[in-house]
Design a protein around this ligand. Sequence first.
Ligand SMILES: NC(=O)c1ccc[n+]([C@@H]2O[C@H](COP(=O)([O-])OP(=O)(O)OC[C@H]3O[C@@H](n4cnc5c(N)ncnc54)[C@H](OP(=O)(O)O)[C@@H]3O)[C@@H](O)[C@H]2O)c1
Length: 290
Amino acid sequence: MKKYVIVGCGRLGTAFARYLVGAGYRPAGFASRSISSAKRAAAASGSNVPVSVLPWEVTAKADIVIITTPDGAIRDTAGKIAEYNGVVKDTVVLHCSGAHSSTELEELKKCGATIGTLHPLQSFAAEDIGENPFAGIMTAVEGEPEAVKTAWRLAEKLGASPFEIQTDKKMLYHASAVAASNYLVTLMNLALQLIIASGVPASKGFAVLKPLVRGTLSNIERSGIPGALTGPIARGDVETVRDHVSQIGQKAPTRLELYKVLGKQTIEVAEAKGDLSAEAAEKLKKLLSE
Ligand SMILES: NC(=O)c1ccc[n+]([C@@H]2O[C@H](COP(=O)([O-])OP(=O)(O)OC[C@H]3O[C@@H](n4cnc5c(N)ncnc54)[C@H](OP(=O)(O)O)[C@@H]3O)[C@@H](O)[C@H]2O)c1
């Protein structure tokens, strides 16, 4: 049974502590900035292994070290562990940032460690004590081959679905996650502001749009992109788009720029779908660039 140590016992570190034992891994220690967080994680794992505020005091006993400090502290934490020879040869060290790659852990290679990352695409809360938050989620793994193998197995044992990302493309993967999650919120904000401007009460706005959004997601799942695209741009209905631009310009002018930018990107999707005539595409591009 592989032994793990968690460094940085916050939301994700404590979730690992809570669920790794059931996944077939044995804790060897917990380290955090405050001893109380390390003790809380040890308790969550159901063990009384050593705890410390100095990671290198516990990391040498691990086969797998998982660094779950905030992103900004990963490089420094790895550097300190390396400085104190805190890991033995062939230890796999992983961090869990979505944005940063395994290069943050470079210093640890001097000790013979193998480095990688494991990023669970999930939002972990402080009191995740209900259902296993790793079950069924996608998890990106990246790094040196042995670290990728270890991270992959660990994700699977937790019930997650791993997939591999190239080290130099990790930031693009993170940008994609931001677009899919954060920008979807911004897109819904645009749609809500426009439906409120149309006279629908704010309290009903989301309920009105929700079935449409759900339907669109299922269409993307079923038909893919560009197949799922419908609406005036896909049909080449220039006059309707012209009226949208005019009305938004008058009633919700601060939303017009985003509407136009998205419209221009939508022309590309419509062209890929193949139904849009070259003439309508040109007129739409001109209209949305004015
Ligand atoms: N939460 C999520 O939803 C989520 C999802 C995917 C990936 N991640 C990634 O997981 C990592 C941790 O995120 P989190 O949300 O769990 O953060 P968090 O709740 O803020 O926990 C971070 C923990 O690290 C400890 N810490 C801070 N600086 C430290 C240092 N220099 N040395 C040792 N421990 C230190 C903190 O200490 P004390 O409590 O001891 O003061 C805290 O408990 C990040 O890389 C994040 O990007 C998080």
